[in-house]
Design a binder for this molecule. Structure first.
Ligand code: GRF
Length: 228
């Protein structure tokens, strides 16, 4: 468990594109005066739209362009060098579209969190909305999880669901799910900032005072017990 020792929870957010999850996280921290600080937003792509948004909010941004490195190891080493300047309690992947090396994952073990647009362990990898439609599942969803060396795998912090409609195309399903992603990542950041998230001896996530971390289609928590 990360020990915040009364410090504000220092966060570094990694993005590759539009950064709508990052925006929600930043807005939630500011609006609710959470004891958390986004120290930097880092992208592997200079053209990531989320970078402009972050800079416009006065946040520190960096680009570590993966293309200039000969190997994943070299890219990850350069990325870690930038991240480590900020000594973050947590590194949040928010639409960061690079596979990270085991060495990188190990360096941030227990501090590296991702959001994936499927109900893991179903549909790891890309095109998750398409995969869900092809398989005819009735419920699709998203997962916030600790990152392990295995792609799109690791202890689950929270999951959210949306129904799959007969008329759904991948884009419509994706857009509907994105609302739940935003509410869910924001809630996970609240829990992280409050120092309530830990892993038990079986690598199962516990959130102090929260019996379930399942999000409904409207983004609310199932059996919220007074929690949002
Ligand atoms: C989200 O659907 C996220 O789950 C996935 O990539 C998308 C990123 O969207 N990993 P955004 O950049 O946060 O808007």
């Amino acid at each position: 468990m990360v020990n915040l020792q009364n410090d504000a929870c220092r966060l570094v957010i990694l993005i590759s594109g539009r950064g709508s999850n990052m925006q929600t996280i930043v807005d939630t921290i500011v609006r609710e005066s959470l004891p958390a600080q986004v120290c930097a937003v880092i992208s592997n792509r200079a053209d990531a739209a989320g970078l402009d948004w972050a800079a416009g909010r006065g946040l520190t941004t960096h680009v570590v362009p993966h293309r200039v490195f000969d190997s994943r190891q070299e890219f990850d080493a350069a990325l870690a060098e930038v991240i480590d300047q900020y000594q973050p309690h947590y590194v949040l992947l928010a639409g960061f579209m690079r596979v990270l090396t085991p060495g990188f994952v190990e360096r941030y073990e227990g501090r590296l969190i991702n959001i994936h647009p499927s109900l893991l362990p179903s549909f790891p990898g890309l095109h998750t909305h398409q995969q869900a439609l092809v398989d005819g599942v009735q419920w699709h969803g998203c997962t916030v999880h600790f990152v392990t060396a295995k792609l799109d795998h690791g202890p689950i912090v929270a999951q959210g669901i949306v129904p799959v409609l007969a008329s759904d195309e991948p884009d419509a399903l994706s857009a509907r799910l994105l609302n739940v992603e935003h509410r869910m990542y924001a809630q996970v950041v609240r829990w992280l900032a409050q120092g309530r998230v830990s892993l038990d001896e079986n690598q199962i996530v516990r959130v102090e005072g929260v019996p379930t971390r399942a999000f409904l289609p409207d983004g609310s928590l199932l059996n919220p017990s007074g929690e949002e």
